[in-house]
Design a binder for this molecule. Structure first.
Ligand code: HEC
Ligand code: HEC
Length: 272
């Protein structure tokens, strides 16, 4: 085994010394641990934390939210959320729901002027989103997405309500469709429970606002149950993973994938 390498420079054969089998295993084990540590801390940085902020922390949330707002949103929405002509509308009174929806679906901050802001991966952590939303909420107090579970509604009631209120734009099975002026109602195969709830409360773009007088909170939960139901039917291979949304789901897939890869690398290392 050392024969062909001896002809090269002196460094290579030393690396191939026998007796280093244990050393190699140890090195493999150590790098595995380091890699898992890195992956773990990346996950910790991105994992969603509890969104129910205690009352005492609210003032702090608003303050941190303002800090982020002043850096990323002020140019289009103004220093007091009053809006900037030709750049962005006033956000006074739009409420936590509108901010949560726009940030969680990555529509804001707007990156290019088009007919309509597209869904993109979000720039912010769940905590930052709640902080910016708390800042927006503090200006005019608009509608808020309730804390706690939004699932468990009646699918059959939801189907009826969806056909009456949503299907005209989003299609009967939530596939979405074109609207006039280059605008479109998106497919509903990606929105999480909270995003759907926030969309109904805030009515982005051409979508009407469905306040609690028109569609009660219980009926909103039924609509969510229906949308998640048609999605599960259309996509039998997908796993809900608690419907945490695409970011945590991707992370889980990524973690499992990296873990398997490391095991294979370790196994190959141990065999040679
Ligand atoms: C480049 C300009 C621009 C930037 C930067 C920007 N926005 Fe917007 N924003 C807009 C425009 C234009 C609209 C209206 C169009 C739309 O809703 O698609 C809008 C709409 C919104 C709405 C919806 C208002 C409603 O009535 O429902 C919210 C909430 C919002 N922005 C929050 C933010 C936040 C928070 C940030 C910073 C993280 C941000 N925006 C950054 C231009 C911008
Ligand atoms: C008049 C047409 C119209 C109706 C009716 C309508 N929507 Fe929408 N909906 C839209 C448009 C347009 C958007 C995209 C807004 C944007 O990009 O800012 C949207 C976006 C959404 C989104 C975000 C999807 C994503 O992946 O980001 C959800 C969720 C949603 N609607 C749910 C509903 C529900 C539930 C109903 C019925 C209660 C409904 N919509 C009724 C036009 C409509």
């Amino acid at each position: 085994m050392t024969e062909p390498t001896r002809t090269r420079r002196g460094v290579l054969p030393r690396l191939r010394q026998p007796g280093s089998r244990f050393g190699r295993r140890l090195r493999g084990g150590v790098s595995l641990l380091i890699a898992l540590g890195i992956v773990g801390s990346i996950y910790a940085a991105f994992a969603p934390s509890g969104s129910a902020a205690p009352a005492k922390g609210e003032a702090l949330d608003v303050q941190i939210g303002q800090g982020i707002f002043d850096q990323t949103c002020i140019s289009c929405h103004g220093a007091n959320l009053q809006g900037v002509p030709g750049r962005g509308p006033s956000l006074i009174g739009v409420g936590q729901a509108a901010a949560y929806f726009q940030l969680r679906t990555g529509r804001m901050p707007l990156t290019q002027q088009g007919a309509q802001a597209d869904r993109k991966p979000t720039l912010f952590t769940e905590t930052q989103i709640e902080q910016i939303a708390a800042y927006v909420q503090a200006h005019g107090h608009g509608p808020q997405v309730p804390n706690g579970s939004l699932s468990g509604g009646s699918v059959s009631d939801g189907g009826e309500l969806f056909r009456l209120n949503c299907a005209s734009c989003h299609n009967l099975v939530g596939k979405g469709g074109a609207l006039s002026g280059g605008k479109y109602a998106p497919a509903l195969d990606r929105a999480s429970d909270r995003e759907i709830y926030a969309a109904m409360l805030s009515g982005p773009e051409n979508m009407p606002v469905f306040g609690d007088n028109q569609i009660t909170p219980q009926e909103k939960k039924a609509i969510i149950a229906y949308i998640q139901g048609i999605r599960a039917e259309a996509d039998p291979g997908g796993s809900g993973l608690g419907r945490l949304g695409p970011v945590p789901e991707t992370l889980v897939v990524w973690l499992v994938g990296i873990g398997a890869l490391l095991l294979i690398i370790f196994w190959i290392g141990a065999k040679t």
